[in-house]
Ligand binder design. Structure first.
Ligand code: DAK
Length: 259
């Protein structure tokens, strides 16, 4: 499939890396880029086990939503632009496979929001996070008020959003916005090693674990426990559960078939 703003690498170990590539704007997201990202997500091959999202080039993951496109929007236009981004990011969040953000530089505004829609964030030392929207006369519009509060708690989310300040990678790690920080030259290798570890496990288990964590988060304690129990039980319908346990008891490496 052809893309103008995405560079896609399909590795034969079930890992796909997609880089947002809009060099003239530090990979800012305009509606064409968002629509392309949606098409890419909708057409992801069933054999892909882990998706990695990164930014093209050494400087920026995504420097936000495209300010030149947003500048002249009215309320109706703002609503549809916000809905497009929010919908694409939600598709990423609920994908059946884990999505890792390899944050290789600026992750501002919509870039921070894109990273937060991923399951796991690994940042390079030069990564810079932030939600600078209040300085532009808007608020985060791709679900950033919600996801940042969820990830780092309301106190930090409010401070970061009200001030619009930049969060360096070491602070992002401290407040739980990212899982790890590594030197830039090690970023993709680190992410790929993590992805390989995930692909060694039973795909259905990884999928149900993701669904249980995501869907359980918005439920009551009792509801979340009941939901986990349902997904746990479903695992026993799979060949991979038999294989995983048989392999353990036979002291051999499991060979999962995603059945
Ligand atoms: N949009 C458009 N162009 C951008 C851009 C952006 N977000 N970020 C950078 N660029 C462009 C610059 O304009 C510049 O273009 P030229 O002048 O070369 O033509 C080029 O990229 C290189 O940028 P700089 O020259 O500024 O590079 P520096 O290294 O000096 O600075 C920077 C890098 C990332 C610190 C700086 O570019 C910067 O502050 N960029 C803006 C970051 C930002 O504010 N991002 C948040 C955008 S707002 C909503 C929907 C969505 C959103 C909100 C509401 N609804 C409508 C519901 C989301 C909003 C955002 O994400």
């Amino acid at each position: 499939m052809d893309y103008n703003f995405l560079k896609v690498e399909n590795h034969d170990n079930g890992i796909t890396v997609v880089a947002i590539s809009v060099p003239q704007s530090l990979n800012a997201l305009n509606s064409k880029v968002l629509s392309e990202l949606e098409r890419f997500i909708d057409n992801l091959d069933i054999s892909v086990r882990v998706l990695v999202i990164t930014g093209d080039g050494p400087k920026s993951f995504v420097a936000g939503a495209d300010i030149s496109e947003m500048k002249d929007l009215n309320e109706k236009g703002g609503l549809s632009f916000g809905q497009l981004g929010a919908m694409v990011f939600r598709k990423i969040e609920v994908l059946d496979i884990p999505v890792i953000a390899a944050v290789n530089g600026y992750a501002l505004g919509g870039g921070c929001e894109l990273a937060m829609a991923c399951d796991i964030r690994i940042a390079s030392e030069n990564a810079r996070f932030g939600q600078p929207e209040t300085g532009l006369g808007i608020i985060p519009g791709f679900s950033g008020t919600y996801r940042l509060s969820k990830l780092v708690g309301q106190a930090f989310a409010k401070e970061i959003i009200y001030t619009g300040r930049t969060v360096k990678s070491d602070e992002a790690l401290k407040i739980g916005l990212v899982n790890a920080v590594v030197p830039q030259e090690e970023l993709l290798n680190t992410v790929m090693a993590m992805a390989v570890k995930i692909t060694a496990n039973a795909p259905i288990s990884v999928k149900y674990a993701k669904k249980s964590i995501n869907e359980g988060y918005d439920l009551s304690t009792a509801g979340a426990i009941a939901l986990e129990n349902e997904y746990f039980a479903k695992c026993f319908n799979t060949k991979d559960q038999k294989e995983g346990m048989d392999a353990f008891l036979s002291k051999r490496k499991a060979s999962f078939t995603n059945e």
